[in-house]
Design a protein around this ligand. Structure first.
Ligand code: CP
Length: 317
């Protein structure tokens, strides 16, 4: 297949074939990071702007590394230190970045749908780096890439997603992506952290952590997002850890080789114990490494769809 989308906004709108195409493109880019000179010229002369309205360590740095490995120039804009503080609208900011001849905007925003609004108003590519509670497509792609790398397939896997499902764009993107590729997803959380009608997304729901972990090939552990909604934040963090925390004792009752994932940042002792986060089943840091290849693939593909890559990408690689 050939990639035709100028933007990457959500896994909900992608076909199974498009998701697989990103994953296979990422596989070919993974090797670049093992070279002595970790660079290919695919986006030479292009400019990627990281426009972040929310804090980020992994995603922002990962996109910057990915863009630089493709030889793009990278500019980072944090809303706190930009003219957003003077009241500039999202669309005006985007149009000004476009007028500065950037080729791709990678945006994280606190409002669901912000990336889609920007993409509709610009000719240049927009990549969603997380929009509110809606989606975080590249996080799910790197989670799925890591699972596939570890277990050799996605189809037929049992994947548990445990934690703050209600506020989680990572959960939503993972559910769309995993379902499209044929995995069976179980979500697990206290009732207040499970959104209404989540079953309509094609997932099994349980409030019992033992049920979620039973037969799971992988567990994706989500962070408690206390900063998003302090009023309804789960009041007793220690209680949460007791009832839902991923501990070694709980893992010992799950499949021996269960894969433990977490999108980060992790809250040690709240949703996951240090023993598990740093233990042999954890692939948390491998997820971070794989994020570079996945984001290289996404930047490369959206640029290619806009006619902005070097003409023969294989030759460039
Ligand atoms: N996983 C993730 O989005 O982490 P950051 O918030 O650090 O980017």
């Amino acid at each position: 297949m050939s990639w035709t989308r100028k933007d990457l906004l959500a896994l909900e709108e992608l076909s199974k074939e498009e998701i697989e195409f990103i994953l296979s493109t990422a596989e070919s880019f993974k090797e670049v990071s093992t070279r002595e000179i970790k660079k290919v010229p695919a986006l030479r002369g292009k400019t990627v702007v990281n426009l972040f309205y929310e804090p980020s360590t992994r995603t922002r740095v990962s996109f910057e590394v990915a863009a630089k490995r493709l030889s793009a120039d990278v500019i980072n804009i944090a809303s706190e230190t930009s003219s957003v503080k003077k009241g500039e609208t999202l669309i005006d900011t985007g149009k000004n970045i476009q007028s500065l001849k950037a080729d791709i905007i990678v945006m994280r925003h606190n409002y669901s749908g912000a990336a889609a609004i920007l993409a509709r108003n610009l000719d240049i590519s927009v990549v969603n780096a997380g929009d509110g509670w809606h989606e975080h497509p590249t996080q799910a792609l790197l989670d799925i890439f890591t699972l596939k790398e570890k277990l050799g397939r996605i189809e037929g896997l049992n994947v548990a997603i445990v934690g703050d499902i209600a506020h989680s764009r990572v959960a939503r993107s993972n559910i769309w992506g995993l379902n499209k590729l044929g995995a069976k997803v179980t979500v697990c959380a206290p009732p207040m952290l499970i959104p209404e009608a989540i079953e309509r997304m094609g997932v099994r729901v349980t409030e019992k952590i033992e049920e979620a972990l039973e037969n799971a090939d992988a567990v994706n552990v989500l962070r408690m997002q206390f900063e998003r909604d302090e009023e309804t934040a789960f009041p007793q963090q220690l209680e949460y850890f007791k009832d839902y925390g991923i501990t070694q004792e709980r893992l010992d009752r799950a499949k021996k080789d269960i894969i433990v994932m977490h999108p980060g940042p992790i809250n040690r002792g709240i949703e996951i114990s240090s023993e598990v986060a740093d233990g042999g089943n954890s692939v948390i840091l491998e997820q971070v490494t794989n994020g570079i290849a996945v984001r290289m693939a996404v930047l490369f593909l959206v640029a290619q769809a806009s006619g902005k890559t070097e003409s023969d990408s294989n030759e460039q690689k």
